[in-house]
Design a protein around this ligand. Structure first.
Ligand code: MEV
Length: 430
């Protein structure tokens, strides 16, 4: 059963039983049986551990953890873990990653891991000179901010810059916003940044003569971007009776719809997040923060638009790109507390937060391709329905081999409904 992790050369991962998939992982990733039992959830998060994470804990709540295959990111094979409830995402991401392989997979990079902390300064007697006074004290303020996390400083992180924005027409009139730019290295960074902006508040009040109000991180992490690009060779785009050119141009036309219309862009970007949130969740990161940043970024020019681009190169191949803020860490928070998140990071073999972000956005690009390819050709319902039918079959009470058989019949009848599923089951069991 040995083949290179990530690829699907000899083994069809989806045809294996769950136990065989774990055996495959043991053979192909070098992970111990113990870590795999954590990864599988068998020895996952205990209620006792959960009790220390949030308040009023009464238990834990499981979701499926699947692995998207075939991903080649910056020349490295990666197994991409996804935690989600929606059928067909793992399968379609894996399939798109396979189509990307002949042209080398995904090429991704990130900008510096710089987060922004905001300090709102109100009640300023003379706002313009206050702004300059804060800017004049830039170095002194950065030195104070540097003291909050000596460990981060040692690792090469820490405060990088200080900017002051003038907000002129707000419901309360003009005020200032100080932006502390903070390099958080491999952390998500909220704690370090929030501590730093709180620490700066008294100094900023005395320099400006105003009152510091809010002191908090911005989730519009537009200085911490992750980008990825992919080329899909034209011959990889064959689909049923559609010519490869038709599929390629159909994808580009579908993308143009999202670029120009926010109603479509919201759905287009939702499809991208179908792959992104599941990895953010699997690695114990804050998916609400990522979601907030991504959508704010999609509207950065005043109009909500697509987070991806699709076009064709000189040879006629399909070329896609993605760019978005990606505030994820591999140290701190739940990434180091949740046992499955730790095991997931081990599975991905990521050495730093940048590598994790690069994989996440590459999966988002793959998922967007899957949706546009389906929408531009046969529509998404056929593929979706096959998988959805399994859930309907389970919900109707089907067990073991009944599940696949019942799902197949529902799809064939084009009646993927729970009442029909129950009817069939009752007939079978008579
Ligand atoms: C469904 O979860 C996601 C899609 O709607 C995305 C899209 O329309 O691009 C298929």
């Amino acid at each position: 059963m040995t083949d290179s992790p990530g690829s699907e050369k000899s083994t069809k991962f989806y045809n294996l039983s769950q136990a065989e998939r774990l055996a495959w992982l043991e053979q192909n990733t070098g992970m111990s049986a113990e870590t795999l039992s954590i990864l599988s959830g068998e020895n996952g998060l205990k209620t006792e551990q959960a009790n220390h994470m949030i308040e009023n804990v009464i238990g834990t709540f499981a979701l499926p953890l699947g692995i998207a295959k075939n991903f080649l990111v910056n020349g490295r094979e990666v197994l991409v873990p996804m935690v989600l409830e929606e059928p067909s995402v793992v399968a379609s991401a894996s399939f798109m990653a396979k189509l990307a392989r002949p042209a080398g997979g995904f090429t991704a990079h990130t900008t510096a891991p710089e987060m922004i902390g905001q300090i709102q300064v109100i009640n300023l007697p003379e706002i313009h000179s206050a702004r300059l006074r804060i800017l004049e004290a830039r170095q002194q303020l950065l030195d104070i901010a540097a003291e909050v996390d000596p460990m981060l400083q040692k690792l090469g992180g820490g405060p990088r810059d200080l900017q002051v924005r003038l907000i002129e027409d707000s419901p309360i009139g003009a005020f200032l916003v100080v932006h502390l730019i903070f390099d958080v290295r491999d952390a998500m960074g909220a704690n370090a940044v929030n501590t730093a902006v709180e620490r700066l508040a008294p100094q900023i009040e005395s320099i400006s003569g105003g009152k510091v109000h809010l002191r908090i991180l911005s989730n519009l992490a537009d200085r911490r971007l992750a980008r990825s690009r992919v080329t899909i060779q034209l011959d990889q785009l064959a689909f049923g009776n559609f010519s490869t050119e038709e599929v390629r141009d159909g994808i580009i036309n579908a993308w143009a719809f999202a670029v120009s219309d926010p109603y479509r862009a919201a759905t287009h970007n939702k499809g991208i997040m179908n792959a992104i949130d599941p990895i953010v969740i699997a690695t114990g990161n804050d998916w609400r923060a990522v979601e907030a940043g991504v959508h704010a970024y999609a509207a950065r020019n005043g109009k909500y638009t697509s987070l991806t681009t699709w076009g064709k190169d000189a040879a006629g191949n399909l070329v896609g790109t993605i760019e978005m803020p990606m505030a994820v860490g591999i140290v701190g928070g739940a990434t180091r507390v949740h046992p499955q998140a730790k095991a997931v990071l081990e599975l991905m073999k990521v050495e730093n937060a940048a590598q994790l972000a690069e994989i996440i956005v590459s999966a988002g690009l793959a998922q967007n391709l899957a949706a546009l390819r389906a929408l531009a050709t046969e529509g998404i319902q056929r593929g979706h329905m096959t998988l959805h039918a399994r859930q309907v079959a389970i919900a109707a009470g089907a067990v073991e081999e009944e599940i696949s058989r019942l799902a197949a019949q529902l799809v064939q009848e084009k009646q993927v409904r729970i009442d029909r599923a129950q009817e069939i089951l009752t007939e079978w069991r008579k």
